[in-house]
Write a new protein. Structure first.
Length: 515
């Protein structure tokens, strides 16, 4: 999902590579088209999968743990490898790495569409994440490297606007496909990527010349391997085999959790000693930078959890049609697209702290309202207004949070800082979906549910009991996310410096965080 995964969030994922006049002016539009279409694949895939999960579980006879890994296998690969993907573009050329990413993502999408079972779909989603880790950083970086400064802002604005439209269209398109084609139509959501990928590859190889690498630094493969293993162990600790009450056995959680923490400690040790680390730890000496990333983790943990479990509750628990549920994503996309510019401008005048703190507080209030009234089962009178309030809060946060991250470091470190912050948001989504599954399962069981979280009620089962238990499961998740947003609000208000940073760049919006 994610996220909206994405969503989300709109901020640079890789540093803007130095402009090279490698692409004639007459062909620059093809770079922009390729970047827009590549982003569209990620956005449509990510947001539409959230809507399709109940149908996928029904089609493949799968459960909540499978749903978590269908999301998390993608997020795991993307989270761990996105910084390496950006560095690889600098080392081997953006054109080459971006093209390989499209190939991998397209092949993986075909494997997803043909997956005969949950296990094969999970494996194919992980391969999609590998492709996205090469494809996502290249989208914005190619534009920055192709267009001279006087034209760059307009090109990025077009890309961001088109990306916002595809982000909003993803859930609606997914819902329509499921409503028209039935449960098995979820396969079309992945198959849509195939003609898009083919068109991008044709334009890239036929119309866009190769660029010159700008760095001879090797990618941090050791760091990437340890990050992948550590995150994978932590995710497996939280989403392993179900034990009593829907949670993995205590020994499983403790054993794999400790192993994951040990690997993560090794990752930090490697990064501290590496000549070319994917995560320069020295940046965290800045209180504002550390606080901005802590806020990012809390806020995007909350966002990812809600956007993962809410559609399942509405579709599988309430029985709402997917095309209607897809509308819950629209307020967030529209609010960020419209509000990020004014929020960024205000941040430059008063500093980012009041906006990120106040916006996080509004998001927390929205989640609390959502949790409190979920049992009313009022989509238009309760769920949509709550999502609109949340969207307003997120619109206040996104651009100022970018300013806080960039303003906390020297201009020469802006690319690394942006990449780290983007990776933090994706790790937050991975951990959120993994950890909240146990919370939802326990709450569902305690409320008397017998079918399973996210599973459509079968014939003969009591739909009222299933809906009530599903509501209880989501409420438990939403209360926790509301509390985390309050933590984010406090961190933003007291941990981030209250004046704009002297090196803060002009704000750019980037939907690729949700890819």
């Amino acid at each position: 999902m994610t996220r909206l995964r994405t969503l989300h969030p709109f901020r640079p994922v890789a540093h803007a590579a130095a402009f090279q006049d490698f692409c004639p002016q007459s062909r620059r539009r093809f770079v922009l088209i390729c970047a827009i279409l590549a982003s569209a694949m990620g956005f449509i895939d990510g947001t539409a999968v959230s809507i399709a999960l109940p149908a996928i579980l029904e089609s493949l006879d799968a459960g909540l743990a499978d749903a978590q890994w269908i999301n998390n296998s993608y997020m795991l690969a993307l989270s761990a490898l996105i910084l390496v993907g950006g560095a690889a573009g600098d080392r081997f050329g953006l054109h080459r790495v971006f093209g390989v990413g499209i190939w991998v993502f397209g092949i993986a999408s075909l494997a997803c569409a043909l997956a005969p079972g949950a296990e094969s779909l999970i494996a194919a989603r992980a391969l999609q994440g590998v492709g996205a880790a090469m494809m996502v950083p290249g989208s914005l970086a190619l534009i920055s490297k192709t267009y001279p400064e006087r034209e760059r802002d307009r090109a990025i604005g077009i890309w961001a606007a088109a990306s916002a439209v595809t982000t909003a269209a993803g859930p609606v398109l997914g819902g329509l496909l499921l409503s028209v084609g039935g449960p098995e139509a979820w396969r079309l959501i992945f198959a849509i990527n195939l003609p898009i990928a083919a068109l991008v590859l044709f334009l890239l190889y036929a119309r866009v010349p190769p660029d010159r690498p700008i760095s001879d630094a090797p990618p941090d493969l050791a760091g990437a391997g340890l990050a992948t293993l550590g995150l994978g162990l932590l995710a497996w600790a939280l989403t392993g085999p179900e034990g009593e009450g829907g949670l993995p056995p205590g020994g499983h959680i403790l054993g794999f959790g400790l192993a994951g923490l040990a690997v993560f400690a090794a990752f930090l040790a490697v990064e501290a000693r590496s000549a070319h680390p994917m995560m320069p730890l020295r940046l965290f000496r800045s209180r504002s930078f550390s606080s901005a990333n802590l806020l990012t983790f809390c806020l995007y943990f909350a966002l990812s959890a809600v956007l993962f479990y809410l559609p399942m509750t509405l579709i599988a628990g309430w029985g709402l049609p997917p095309q209607e549920v897809g509308l819950v994503f629209l307020p967030l996309t529209l609010a960020i697209a419209v509000g990020s510019g004014p929020a960024g401008a205000l941040s430059q005048r008063i500093g980012p702290a009041p906006l990120v703190g106040g916006g996080s507080l509004i998001v927390g209030i929205a989640y609390g309202i959502l949790a409190y009234g979920i049992g009313w089962q009022e989509f238009w009178a309760h769920v949509m207004p709550s999502m609109c309030l949340m969207a307003i809060g997120m619109a206040l946060v996104v651009a100022p949070l970018s300013a806080a991250v960039m303003g906390a470091v020297a201009p020469s470190d802006s690319g690394a800082a942006s990449g780290i912050n983007n990776a933090v948001s994706r790790v937050a989504g991975l951990v959120a979906v993994a950890s909240m599954g146990g919370v939802a399962a326990v709450a569902y069981a305690m409320a008397g549910g017998a079918v399973g979280v996210g599973v459509p009620v079968p014939a003969g089962a009591d739909p009222g009991t299933h809906a009530g238990a599903s509501n209880a499961a989501f409420a438990a998740v939403a209360w926790i996310t509301a509390a985390l947003c309050l933590v984010a609000a406090a961190v933003g208000a007291f941990g981030i410096r209250r004046t704009p940073g002297p090196g803060s760049p002009k704000e750019q919006t980037d939907p690729t965080r949700s890819a």
